[in-house]
Design a protein around this ligand. Structure first.
Ligand SMILES: C[S@@+](CC[C@H](N)C(=O)[O-])C[C@H]1O[C@@H](n2cnc3c(N)ncnc32)[C@H](O)[C@@H]1O
Length: 251
């Protein structure tokens, strides 16, 4: 019975690439949720002759989705030469980091990835600065130092108060005229059909967030919503991307 339950819980997380590990568990924080094993993923993708990104998109049936998302984000002008310092939360296997760095050519790309094996790999592969991630803050990042904060597929599964702590940190670290970009699972992501697909999938990780609440929060802190769009290939449903720009304190 116990084994069956364990397998059931594993399956719930696996379809999203979120796996619970015992062996190879390398999270540095009690607040971190599980993710696929870096060692296994890197090993299997290299044997398959695919890059880690291509390999993961293939097994998740999401081919080229990261490029679709990057193209959508690019329409809002967020990847530009003024982006010198980037900070990504929950960078994972770096699916978005590679293209983001290529487009912005930043001076500094910081990352808070609590899985130590992935964090190490990101540094080796993409020359990213992997900070010690406590799973709830951006404590190694200076106030008003970041031009672009990113979190892909992270606030869709963190408990609300962890997400809220990160929101406070995003407000703190974002420079004037900098951007904050992340996706959420909001009201619009749970229409009847999509909700049925989630229930049928038996996954339990989705964390609902109110878009109005988030807009109000960021607006209160001098950010304006400059764009939004859906990721139509988010697992069995869709997630919603929000793009905020911090106004200058001088205006
Ligand atoms: C579903 S994955 C998304 C990975 C990557 N952003 C992408 O879109 O391919 C969620 C990521 O968040 C990380 N994570 C889990 N708990 C976290 C926390 N408390 N703070 C920051 N990142 C966390 C996981 O290790 C994993 O890399």
């Amino acid at each position: 019975m116990k084994t069956k339950l364990k397998q059931y819980i594993k399956n719930i997380f696996k379809a999203f690439g979120v796996e619970i590990h015992k062996s190879g568990y390398s999270n540095s924080s009690p607040y971190a949720l599980g993710y696929i094993s870096a060692k296994e993923t890197i090993d299997v993708s290299s044997k398959s002759g695919l890059s880690v990104g291509d390999y993961l998109e293939t097994i998740w049936d999401q081919k080229d989705n990261r490029y679709i998302i990057i193209d959508e984000l690019n329409k809002f002008g967020i990847f530009n030469i003024n982006i010198k310092n980037i900070c990504e939360i929950g960078t994972g296997a770096g699916l978005y980091a590679e293209k983001t760095a290529e487009l912005c050519q930043p001076v500094r790309y910081e990352s808070y990835e609590p899985d130590k094996d992935w964090a190490e790999w990101l540094t080796k592969k993409y020359n990213i600065i992997s900070h010690d991630a406590d799973g709830k803050s951006l404590s190694c990042t200076q106030t008003s130092s970041i031009d672009l904060v990113l979190a892909h597929g992270v606030f869709v599964y963190l408990p609300f108060l962890l997400t809220y702590r990160y929101f406070q940190e995003i407000v703190r670290v974002t420079n004037d005229e900098g951007y904050a970009v992340f996706d959420i699972l909001s009201e619009e992501c749970f229409d009847d059909n999509t909700l049925k697909s989630w229930v049928d999938s038996e996954q339990m990780f989705p964390c609902f967030l109110s878009e109005d609440y988030i807009i109000e929060f960021f607006t209160k802190h001098r950010f304006s919503l400059i764009g939004e769009f859906f990721n139509h290939k988010f697992n069995v449903g869709k997630s919603k991307y929000l793009i905020f720009k911090k106004e200058s304190s001088l205006t």
